[in-house]
Design a protein. Structure first.
Length: 178
């Protein structure tokens, strides 16, 4: 073991090992360093009526429950919350989770792929580079649930992600859905 490096916890998966290599410490020890911006949050995201957004929020909470996603901050973020969306802008929904939860979900997502494939390499870049798991990464059953429970309540295309708190894409402002 290299001098000054702490051993990984027993049973640490491929993601935790990569995080340890990248950051020099176990994934559970990585803490958020970026301040979360919360200013200029719209009460109702741009392009939604109050009623549409209430239904959308209910669908998002139901999706989280029925998909078996862990507890976390369920939020809307991006241009629709900032009020800078264009006509074809999507609505960004995120479940913000801590490091441990994120890497556990990432391990499950990666278990459905073969080592060395382009798909796995792309997923690893999103996971390690951006701290993101997309709807696609969460699997076909999740995508079907999202199409049934969330998309019908949105006038825009929905982008759902699980984000690691403190990750590259964990930027505000955020509008809570729960």
């Amino acid at each position: 073991m290299a001098r000054g490096k702490r051993p990984l916890a027993e049973g640490a998966g491929v993601i935790a090992r990569m995080a340890a290599a990248q950051f020099g410490k176990p994934a559970a020890g990585i803490r958020a360093t970026r301040a979360v911006r919360t200013a200029a949050v719209r009460a109702t995201p741009q392009g939604f009526t109050d009623r549409q957004f209430r239904r959308f929020a209910h669908g998002a909470r139901r999706l989280q429950r029925e998909a078996g996603l862990p507890a976390g901050d369920l939020v809307v973020h991006g241009s629709r919350v900032r009020g800078t969306a264009r006509a074809k802008s999507d609505i960004d929904v995120a479940l913000r989770v801590d490091d441990r939860t994120f890497f556990e979900l990432a391990e499950k997502a990666l278990a459905r792929t073969y080592p060395g494939t382009r798909l796995r390499n792309t997923m690893m870049k999103r996971i390690n580079g951006n701290g993101q798991l997309s709807s696609f990464d969460l699997g076909p059953e999740f995508k079907r649930l999202r199409l049934d429970l969330l998309d019908p309540h949105s006038p825009q295309v929905v982008q759902f992600s699980v984000l690691r708190i403190g990750g590259k894409l964990d930027t505000g402002p955020f509008r809570p859905l729960a």
